[in-house]
Design a binder for this molecule. Structure first.
Ligand code: M6R
Length: 596
């Protein structure tokens, strides 16, 4: 949430910053700003709205080879120009961008900044005012920055400019991601390597509470106490083309189309030389020794976790609990004797999940993270990582990462089981082909979106067992990008209250892929159509009936979520397009949710 960039070098910083912010726009897009420093001092440009609005507001005649930038997802203060970053101290000497939340900002304001008139409603401004105050009391900028960091409670990634020193950007992080990108004649900072791939693929990881001075010819990393720390750069394994939209109108469409390839990549990444599915021996041992798995995740990743529970229980015979991360950390259930925690997170940065990870590590438990982002916080801080191999997912609505999470969960459960009565690799290959076949029928799905959702105010998604898990994800996809009120329900549960909402024309999407409950869910469809619902049945070959709206190619019963979710993703996409919604950047959302 919120994206930060910075540049210090020899060429004009503005374009590097703006291009970097464009790549980070998925992290928040309600306002944006840059600050650049030259001999005349610091100039700030900021605007409410998208990076395109900021670009239009930037005075191209201002040239400077040092600068910082920010794209915002509002936490404190409404999204407007006043609350947009960068923020400046009252004297105008210091300028700061911040990603995160300062929990004690109000206390700090009361304790230290009584006489100082603040210009915004943000927690961020308090940080820059504190630095200015401590400098006015006689500290150097570096010491004032250190002292300020020592007072902050909460999460932050920060970059600070001093108008009286053109040679350095002061940088620090705690719980929020931030990297330094290095090169011969310049250095950069970014919340995500993607933002700076345009200029370098060499990055240094920063750790929490380090104080970092970034100059054009060097980077100095110290602990908060001042000990100098050595850090080697790593090469970002990302191709700039991975993050381009190419000829696609939206990232979401591109990412849905990539889903068959993602499954094939996972099969390859988790195969040994003999071509058999495998996972790291230490992870396998941790899974086999656990008496219960606790899956912790949020949003779409939580929905994948629900499918994962079925896999570990049905294939590997290990009991599993799945928990919403923002609930678990503050209300832990009784834990088993030998639990293993599995964190599922596309970004690996979700703050709700991280707070659980911190707590269970304090209790001495082991954690495995399944993530798409190597080196992400949840990956670094867990004992083990299984990568999703989905490639960068830029659209806010998660699609290919969900499919990747389910495929990796299936592989992990299958390998943990040892003996099984089916060949997962073969079944995954079939599922990948089946997704391809569904993707090739986009016209039909666009028509379904038009027929069922063009004038809908709300919609229901129903299913039983694994189909219920997918119905939750289908509803989330639809509501987050089209803003149609949508709910996923267990088919049998509607009659216990929610059926009261069914009226003439209410769209109900029913998923029918599980033979054991196919008749039951069809019975539930009859209950809603008897009350006027417009039912759209998505069924699987072998259990389809004449009036079903869309037939899925036959897939292994445990792997049906991989294919049944795809028409729901595409229907949501077309429904959002019909409503002229911003598919890749839905309102109020951000891709990486780094605040609790
Ligand atoms: O990066 P994570 O997987 O931890 O993110 C969790 C949720 O914020 C995320 O899945 C969200 O629900 C998606 N944007 C929904 O499409």
């Amino acid at each position: 949430m919120c994206g930060i960039v910075g540049y210090i070098g020899e060429v004009d910083a503005k374009e590097v910053l703006l291009k970097g912010l464009e790549k980070l726009e998925y992290r928040g897009y309600d306002s944006a700003g840059i600050a650049v420093r030259n001999e005349q001092g610091i100039t700030v440009f900021k605007e409410k709205g998208r990076i395109a609005d900021l670009r239009a507001a930037v005075d191209t005649s201002v040239e400077a080879s040092v600068g910082i930038g920010h794209t915002r997802w509002a936490t404190h203060g409404v999204p407007n120009r006043k609350n947009a970053h960068p923020h400046q101290s009252a004297s105008g000497r210091f300028t700061l961008v911040h990603n995160g939340v300062i929990e004690n900002y109000h206390l700090l304001q009361k304790a230290y900044l009584k006489g100082i008139q603040v210009a915004s409603d943000t927690d961020t401004e308090i940080i820059v005012q504190l630095v200015d105050l401590f400098v006015s009391e006689g500290l150097s900028t570096e010491d004032a920055f250190r002292k300020t960091l020592g007072l902050l409670h909460g999460s932050y990634a920060l970059a600070l400019l001093d108008s009286e020193d053109a040679d350095v950007i002061y940088v620090a992080k705690n719980k929020s991601p931030l990297l330094v990108g290095v090169a011969d004649t310049f250095n950069v900072i970014a919340s995500d390597a993607m933002a700076m791939l345009q200029v370098t693929n060499q990055f240094m990881e920063l750790h929490d509470k380090e104080v970092v001075l970034v100059r054009k010819d060097g980077v100095t990393i110290t602990s908060l106490e001042g000990t100098v720390l050595e850090r080697e750069p790593f090469t970002a394994q990302l191709d700039a083309s991975d993050i381009e939209k190419g000829t696609y109108p939206h990232y979401m469409l591109k990412e849905m189309d990539e889903q068959p390839t993602v499954i094939r990549k996972i099969m390859q990444a988790y195969s040994n030389e003999a071509g058999e599915l495998t996972i790291d021996a230490d992870i396998l041992q941790a899974l086999q020794e656990a008496d219960r798995l606790y899956i912790i995740a949020a949003g779409t990743s939580y929905h994948a976790g629900l499918v994962g529970k079925e896999y570990f229980e049905k294939i590997a015979r290990i009991p599993v609990e799945v928990h919403i991360s923002s609930e678990f950390g503050y209300n832990m259930p009784l834990l088993s004797q030998k639990p293993l925690f599995i964190f599922i997170s596309q970004s690996g940065e979700t703050a709700d999940s991280r707070q659980v990870l911190v707590k269970i590590k304090e209790l001495g438990y082991k954690a495995l993270t399944m993530t798409n982002v190597p080196g992400s916080t949840l990956s670094r801080e867990a004992d083990y990582t299984l990568l999703l191999h989905a490639g960068p997912e830029i659209a806010v609505a998660s699609t290919k990462a969900y499919v990747a999470q389910i495929a990796v969960l299936a592989v992990a459960a299958y390998v943990t089981a040892g003996e099984t009565d089916f060949d997962l690799k073969q079944e995954l290959a079939i599922a990948a082909n089946n997704i391809q076949a569904i993707i090739e029928r986009k016209d039909r799905l666009e028509k379904i979106a038009e027929d069922y959702l063009k004038i809908a105010r709300n919609a229901f998604f129903i299913g039983r067992n694994l189909d219920f898990c997918v119905s939750l994800e289908g509803a989330l996809k639809l509501k987050e990008i089209s803003y149609i009120q949508a709910e996923g329900f267990a088919g049998g549960e509607l009659k216990h209250g929610t059926i009261a909402l069914i009226e003439d024309g209410t769209p109900v999407f029913a998923i029918v892929t599980q033979k054991a409950v196919a008749l039951n869910i069809r019975g539930n469809v009859k209950e809603v159509t008897a009350r006027g619902a417009n039912a759209c049945i998505i069924s699987m070959e072998g259990m389809a009936e004449d009036d079903d709206a869309f037939i899925l190619p036959k897939t292994h019963p445990l792997l049906t979520p991989l294919v049944s979710v795809v028409p729901l993703q595409l229907i949501s996409y077309y429904a959002a397009l019909h409503r002229r919604c911003d598919v890749d950047k839905p309102r109020n959302l951000a891709k990486s949710v780094t605040v609790e």
